[in-house]
Design a protein around this ligand. Structure first.
Ligand SMILES: [Zn+2]
Length: 313
């Protein structure tokens, strides 16, 4: 009898397609959400050229946005979901579930290869009006050391992958009788490793992408689930701040850090908006250098992830 119940449970679990609904994403952790849980595929994407091209940005938009100068207590939470050419990363369900449960808008910077390896999760995020989606390169190429051809691949392959998933979402919406509107392309870009060069800024502006970094790098490289860390992060926040987190299950304890930080900021009267919304409220503060907390603090990363930053040797 007990065996019979277990068999039924097993059949039920197998019959329920994991993450199958675009409109009601599965909360909680699925086995494929784990870091390195899905097999790696280092091949180029099926579509390498985007169909939509953005108009180039004016010269004064060249640079990296660190924060926006405003008086209102509004800030943008941003999350990177990226992976190298050589490995797959995960999906931090605790973070995304928290944002959805509390209805906190956020901007998610997705790597193109991550979108392909986490196809259903990527489409669920794109289809959720709570989130704004930005381009975070194909396989985390380092824009401080790559040549122009590689930079264009990293940018355009990701734009093209977004378009493919967008088409699939819209087709699914038609089948399900839903009305869904999604931006034709991503207009924001985040530099992997925060690294860039003059040439990279020119290429990105020509491709029509605003480069959005952060003024508050929230996570540490250790365990982020340490009580008190959220206060240290919140103390760095000012009106118009852009906070950097990850939601790809690479840094440890990010969900706990996020919860603590958000609760403190709410108590201090802050509200959360997407980067796109923040940019409508005031003047962005740009720099020409890409870094974590101060210029030059990420140069050591140029030598750790292969000749182009993607992990390939
Ligand atoms: Zn990244």
């Amino acid at each position: 009898m007990r065996f019979g119940i277990m068999l039924w449970l097993l059949i039920l679990v197998i019959a329920m397609p994991a993450g199958a609904s675009l409109w009601e994403p599965d909360p909680g952790f699925l086995p494929e959400d784990g870091r390195r849980a899905v097999p790696n595929d280092a091949s180029p994407p099926e579509r390498t050229v985007p169909r939509f091209t953005l108009p180039s940005l004016p010269e004064e938009h060249e640079g990296t946005i660190r924060r926006v100068a405003i008086r209102e207590k509004k800030v943008a939470l941003t999350f990177d979901l990226c992976e190298l050419a050589t490995i797959t990363t995960g999906y931090d369900a605790a973070i995304i579930d928290f944002l959805r449960q509390r209805q906190i808008p956020a901007t998610l910077f997705l790597g193109g290869k991550w979108m392909r390896s986490h196809r259903m999760r990527a489409m669920q995020l794109m289809a959720d009006p709570l989130f704004e989606i930005g381009n975070h390169a194909w396989s985390h190429g380092n824009f401080g050391i790559m040549n122009e051809r590689s930079m264009l691949e990293q940018i355009r392959w990701t734009q093209a992958e977004y378009e493919r998933l967008r088409e699939e979402i819209l087709a699914q919406a038609v089948d399900d009788g839903r009305s869904v509107t999604l931006p034709e392309s991503m207009v924001l870009f985040r530099l992997p490793y925060g690294r860039c060069s003059d040439a990279a800024l020119k290429v990105l502006a020509r491709e029509g992408l605003e480069v959005v970094q952060w003024d508050v790098a929230a996570e540490t490289s250790g365990d982020n689930a340490i009580p008190g860390l959220g206060k240290l992060v919140a103390d760095q926040v000012q009106p118009g701040s852009i906070l950097l987190f990850h939601a790809n299950s690479v840094p440890r304890g990010s969900a706990a850090l996020l919860t603590e930080t958000v609760d403190i900021l709410i108590r201090r009267g802050y509200q959360f908006v997407t980067v796109g919304e923040l940019l409508k409220l005031g003047e962005p503060r740009r720099t020409r250098e890409g870094y974590f907390n101060r210029p030059g603090d990420n140069l050591n990363l140029d030598h750790q992830f292969g000749p182009d930053g993607t992990g390939r040797r």
